[in-house]
Write a protein that binds this ligand. Structure first.
Ligand SMILES: [Ca+2]
Ligand SMILES: [Ca+2]
Length: 182
């Protein structure tokens, strides 16, 4: 005889579902090297397009979503990417497949900027031998001269004046960065 105690609930309690989602997001976040914020945004996008709440979205919609994210692809490009991403080949993308696809675009952009900044920071540290957080304009003058021997003293003066924005006679990281990437 069934009593109150043995009555089954229809699913795990809400809290547990949240925990599962959180865990899945965390795993994906480290696997795909995406920020959790980005993943959450992706998930919201996914859910919004998964109108029937099947846990899958159709390939045709992927093009629209990528378009929304600022990536316009030809249908050939889209087909090629989807073929690769749709691991189980069912013609629909699960959230994980969708996250893989999006990660490809999001990570590419970030890596570009991050790699450039890292290289610049390394260069800055190399010049800032004593770790003061700045390099003198005299040293910068030598560096610039080495890069382009044809530069005259006037050219250099003018450049330095532009680079040393606050006129401190030193170039800090922000000024250095601005000089290199504008
Ligand atoms: Ca699939
Ligand atoms: Ca300065």
């Amino acid at each position: 005889m069934a009593t109150e105690k043995t009555k089954k609930t229809t699913g795990p309690p809400i809290n547990e579902v949240d925990e599962q989602v959180k865990k899945q997001l965390e795993e994906l976040s480290s696997k795909l090297e995406l920020h959790k914020d980005q993943l959450i945004l992706l998930q919201q996008t996914f859910v919004a397009f998964d109108v029937d709440k099947k846990g899958y979205i159709d390939i045709e919609m992927i093009g629209q979503i990528l378009d929304m994210l600022g990536h316009q692809l030809t249908s050939d490009e889209l087909q090629a990417i989807v073929r690769e991403i749709d691991e189980d080949g069912n013609g629909e993308l699960s959230f994980e497949e969708f996250a893989h696809l999006s990660a490809r675009f999001l990570v590419e952009e970030e890596e570009d900027t991050e790699a450039i900044l890292k290289e610049l920071k390394d260069a800055f540290r190399m010049y800032d031998k004593e770790g003061l957080g700045f390099i003198s304009t005299d040293l910068l003058r030598e560096i610039l001269k080495e890069l382009d021997e044809k530069m005259t003293k006037e050219d250099l003066d003018q450049m330095i004046e532009e680079i040393d924005i606050d006129g401190s006679g030193t170039v800090d990281w922000d000024e250095f960065k601005a000089m290199m990437i504008g």
